[in-house]
Design a protein around this ligand. Structure first.
Ligand SMILES: Cc1cc2nc3c(=O)[nH]c(=O)nc-3n(C[C@H](O)[C@H](O)[C@H](O)COP(=O)(O)OP(=O)(O)OC[C@H]3O[C@@H](n4cnc5c(N)ncnc54)[C@H](O)[C@@H]3O)c2cc1C
Length: 384
């Protein structure tokens, strides 16, 4: 496997070691039960917070250590390779709380960030609605200003951490008649316990079963006006800005999963004997694994470069869409072919390859589908 050339330091290596131990002790023994429950316990979040694994990038004055993005890379890789798909730490650390870090004012940061670091405040991001998925700007949830509040009405679906979340960044129309429609979207933080904010049913998914995904409802839900992130009408631009790291996170997870699938399959095919010899010795097995390993290596080189560009503050929106598109599609291909090499055992839940196959399937759908990635990439063509 092509080794990552990312500039990991002793500190990152130490984090990898301690986080791996945390997964072994606090996650692996319980994950199967959490899959049955459809949710992870809040205590897991608190333990992760106690150990400094939540939002380490946050400034020291709000409880973090001002860590760099490689901390996120390390934890994302380790969670993925362990098959710990139920703990939505990357969503919290690298997607939702990033909105607060980037767009909240000082008073809001003081209110929310320390809890996000300690694990007392679990976060979620609510964009998708039953009739607004890929077409985010067609959302119907409204937030009408009334005195010192916004009154929210509408429904969200597919919200990760939907049941556990204490702070939800909600995309809503503060100006439903705005033209173009995206200019009427704002982001408002809705907190647990706000009257009129209800959780709907837990959505039963084919994979990532321990991660709670839920519907949310807002019925004359009065939210203090000072829960608005940034300015009114800027929501769509904020989402577009934060989709770069979100898609990068998907690509990092996809690549880590593909690497793990190959590792598992090389090991399995060297052990499994048929026709009196290991199935790894068949030329078909070797050629297939060689093809897949080559694809993963190409992905690794591209991803390493993108991560470094992202860390250098470069605008790599199109390249990130390319990485999400290609790496996540590739990861599904790899998981599928590796499952095939496991034969019937690959179809059994006790073999980890089956989990990679089913858990990874979402990667080409959320954070923008592969088709949406193609649309964005195509728009940039001819403009270099
Ligand atoms: C497990 C899970 C977790 C999720 N977590 C969250 C979350 O935390 N927060 C959140 O807001 N959302 C979340 N989502 C929602 C996710 O982002 C959407 O499912 C995704 O954006 C696609 O929207 P959709 O499901 O409505 O599909 P649709 O938009 O209806 O798309 C259906 C198909 O049509 C294609 N299509 C759509 N438009 C075009 C076009 N213009 N050209 C070509 N093809 C097109 C799509 O690519 C897709 O293949 C989650 C979803 C899942 C399943």
């Amino acid at each position: 496997m092509l080794k990552s050339k990312l500039p990991f330091t002793e500190e990152h290596n130490l984090l990898r070691d301690t986080f791996r131990k945390f997964i072994e002790k606090e996650i692996k023994p319980y994950h199967e039960q959490w899959e049955k429950d459809g949710i992870v316990p809040r205590e897991l979040w608190l333990k992760a917070g106690e150990n400094g694994f939540l939002c380490p990038w946050v400034e020291e004055k709000y409880g973090g250590i001002g860590a760099d993005f490689l901390y996120s890379v390390v934890m994302l890789e380790e969670l993925t390779k362990a098959g710990a798909s139920g703990f939505a730490l990357p969503l919290h650390n690298d997607i939702v709380v990033q909105y607060i870090g980037a767009f909240a004012n000082d008073e809001q940061k003081e209110r929310w960030l320390p809890g996000c670091v300690s694990g007392e405040k679990i976060s979620a991001l609510a964009m998708t609605e039953p009739n607004a998925g890929s077409d985010v700007q067609s959302i119907k949830t409204t937030a009408v200003k009334d005195g010192d509040c916004y009154v929210l009405n509408g429904q969200k679906t597919f919200i990760s951490n939907g049941l556990l979340a204490d702070v939800v960044v909600v995309a809503a129309k503060t100006d439903p008649k705005a033209d173009p429609p995206y200019s009427g979207i704002s982001l408002i933080v809705v907190e647990r316990g706000t009257p009129g904010f209800e959780r709907g049913k837990k959505i039963h998914k084919i994979g990532m079963k321990a991660q709670d995904t839920a519907e949310l409802f807002f019925d004359d839900c009065r939210v203090p006006a000072n829960n608005l992130l940034g300015s009114e009408g800027a929501g769509f631009f904020m989402m577009m800005q934060k989709l770069q790291p979100e898609r990068l996170v998907c690509a990092i997870g996809g690549l880590a999963a593909a690497e793990k699938c190959i590792e598992l399959t090389v090991q399995y095919t060297k052990e499994r004997q048929q026709f009196g010899r290991p199935i790894f010795s068949f030329q078909n097995t070797q050629f297939l694994l060689a093809d897949l390993a080559s694809e993963v290596a190409v992905g690794r080189a591209f991803l390493d470069r993108l991560i470094q560009d992202h860390m250098a503050g470069e605008n790599v929106v199109t390249e990130t869409c390319m990485a999400k598109l290609w790496i996540c599609e590739m990861a599904n291909r790899v998981a599928d072919r590796c499952l095939q090499l496991h034969g019937g055992y690959g179809y059994c839940e006790e073999y980890p390859i089956s989990k990679f196959w089913v858990d990874g399937r979402i990667q080409t759908i959320f954070a923008g589908t592969s088709e949406v990635m193609r649309l964005i990439i195509a728009r940039s063509l001819g403009k270099e």
